[in-house]
Design a binder for this molecule. Structure first.
Ligand code: FES
Ligand code: FES
Length: 157
């Protein structure tokens, strides 16, 4: 076991991890931040996406020790504490961009990162930008609509 210290959703946290402990395990099992999901074990589904130092990362393929000192944001920390939904969350809600919701946290974190890098993406760029995130319910159309709506509202963070 070794100690890790990092910032998660604005709070300094520490923990003891094994070399093989994945970031998603650390978040879910030690910090009880269960909004970050696990949908596969092959780095394909994107349900586990969080932001590491502002960039979307699949937390199922990142070891906890690799993010020593990093600033992590999970779906629980995307909106301001006790504030309204983050505009990307609101865009998903308004555009019916979710059904079962399993993919949604990762999809929203990936979409937020996409708009940080490209504030006005085309449909094709949105589909390409989210190709690492799988949704088994929605058919993707409304997800693209939600990201477009968020972009139109100037969401870029
Ligand atoms: S759980 Fe990480 S990509 Fe599927
Ligand atoms: S809403 Fe069910 S997997 Fe995307």
């Amino acid at each position: 076991m070794s100690a890790v210290a990092l910032t998660v959703n604005g709070k300094a946290v520490t923990g003891d991890v094994e070399p093989r402990t994945l970031l998603v395990q650390f978040l879910r099992e030690q910090l009880r931040l269960t909004g970050t999901h696990v949908g596969c074990d092959t780095s394909q589904c994107g349900a586990c996406v969080v932001h590491v130092d502002g960039k979307a990362v699949k937390s199922c393929t990142t070891f906890a020790w690799q993010v020593q000192g990093a600033n992590i944001t999970t779906i629980e920390g995307l909106a301001e504490p006790n504030g309204p939904l983050h505009p990307m969350q609101e865009a998903f809600r308004e555009n019916h961009a979710l059904q079962c919701g399993y993919c949604t946290p990762g999809m929203i974190m990936a979409a937020a990162d996409l708009l940080q890098r490209n504030p006005n993406p085309s449909d094709e760029e949105i589909r390409h930008g989210l190709e690492g995130n799988l949704c088994r319910c929605t058919g993707y159309h409304n997800i693209v609509e939600a990201v477009k709506a968020a972009a139109a509202n100037g969401v870029s963070a």
